[in-house]
Design a protein around this ligand. Structure first.
Ligand SMILES: [Zn+2]
Length: 364
């Protein structure tokens, strides 16, 4: 597989550690955005789909805790839920971990550093233990106690006062410690390619190709991965149309929708002077701003923003869903309710990306 830097057009063959190629003029808090394109074809990561069977690519060292075959649950006449919370550590991120751990092994590294508010770190810490890799986690003090308990299983944890500071601390550490693998999931290509198995399962398990797949935006990697997978299946003649992805952001913390509507075609678009925790957190999405902007420009993605009161009223009506899934997943449910008002006949799959780690209590 050849990776191309979209900025300088240089080519790199996989595996490469992405931090080794930077363009500091477009970084945010020292962090490079996702300017990586896969050139042509990626045999190492090819998913085969034969007679409705999914054959995942071989890796050097397989995991015992495969993330796959999560259920699709019928929610209403046309709406189905893809429940990613039943993956080994409770989120869709597990799907990328086999690739990610193998990439670390290929680089002959024994340590990985990661910055995360929860699911990403929990997943990495879990899989790193299985692969005998030392995990070093950067978190900010606002992370909920239940997630922190699990993150504490890491070999080393660095606490920062704010979300932004945790990114800066992570980058400073990573640039000084070249012996440690740079575990930045928000732009890691092999991790993203691992996430694609979800779209294949949706096509395998549904009787028809859905019109729309609604996914919480998060860092954007899940959205990019599933769009790539649908495009692959379309090009291979497996499906007759590319489902559109509904990108869910919470109003106030919706930089991609805001930037797209303003027509800002750059690698980074951030909400200026973010004040609430929501806007600060959502700005990490901007590392994939350009990728999602391109999807929306091709009419393969659109934006659904929901506000807190829409989410709260969904929770009031559906307390059992609140107990099972995290706030981000529930924002996707609220977005679905909003979307079906004007799209009654669309077949929709809504992705519930993560379980509720907070003992049934929601938090922001
Ligand atoms: Zn470059």
């Amino acid at each position: 597989m050849i990776l191309v830097c979209e900025i300088c057009k240089k080519q790199f063959s996989y595996p490469m550690e992405q931090i080794n190629h930077r363009h500091s003029d477009i970084e945010l808090d020292l962090v490079p955005p996702n300017f990586w394109t896969i050139k042509d074809y990626f045999p190492e990561f090819e998913i085969k789909f034969l007679n409705r069977k999914i054959i995942l690519p071989k890796v050097q060292k397989e995991t015992k805790n495969k993330a796959r075959n999560t259920p699709i649950i019928r929610y209403s006449e046309n709406v189905f839920l893809k429940d990613e919370s039943v993956n080994p550590t409770g989120s869709f991120k597990d799907r990328g971990m086999e690739n990610f751990m193998n990439e670390i092994i290929m680089h002959k590294k024994r340590e990985v550093a990661v910055v995360s508010c929860g699911s990403g770190a929990i997943s990495i810490v879990h899989y790193a233990k299985e692969y005998g890799i030392k995990s070093i986690v950067f978190v900010h003090r606002g992370v909920d106690d239940f997630s922190l308990q699990q993150i504490k299983n890491a070999d080393e944890v660095f606490y920062s006062d704010t979300f932004v500071k945790s990114y800066e601390d992570f980058m400073e550490y990573s640039l000084e410690h070249k012996e440690v693998f740079w575990g930045f999931l928000n732009t890691n290509v092999s991790y993203m390619l691992g996430l694609r198995s979800m779209a294949y399962e949706i096509i395998r398990d549904m009787k028809e190709v859905p019109d729309t797949v609604i996914i919480p935006c998060g860092s954007g990697m899940d959205i990019i991965a599933q769009n790539l997978a649908f495009r692959e299946m379309y090009n291979a003649g497996i499906i007759s149309k590319i489902p559109k992805i509904g990108v869910v952001e919470i109003i106030g913390g919706n930089p991609i929708k805001q930037g797209f509507e303003k027509g800002i075609d750059s690698y980074l678009y951030v909400i200026e002077n973010p004040t609430s925790s929501k806007t600060i957190l959502s700005n990490d999405t901007c590392f994939n701003y350009r990728k999602i902007y391109d999807m929306a420009s091709r009419n393969e993605a659109f934006f659904i923003s929901v506000n807190d009161s829409q989410i709260d009223s969904f929770i009031l009506m559906n307390p059992e869903i609140m107990a099972k899934y995290d706030y981000t997943s529930i924002s996707a449910m609220a977005a679905t309710e909003e979307y079906i008002k004007c799209n009654r006949n669309a077949t929709i799959v809504t992705v519930l990306t993560c379980k509720n780690r907070n003992g049934g209590i929601l938090h922001e």
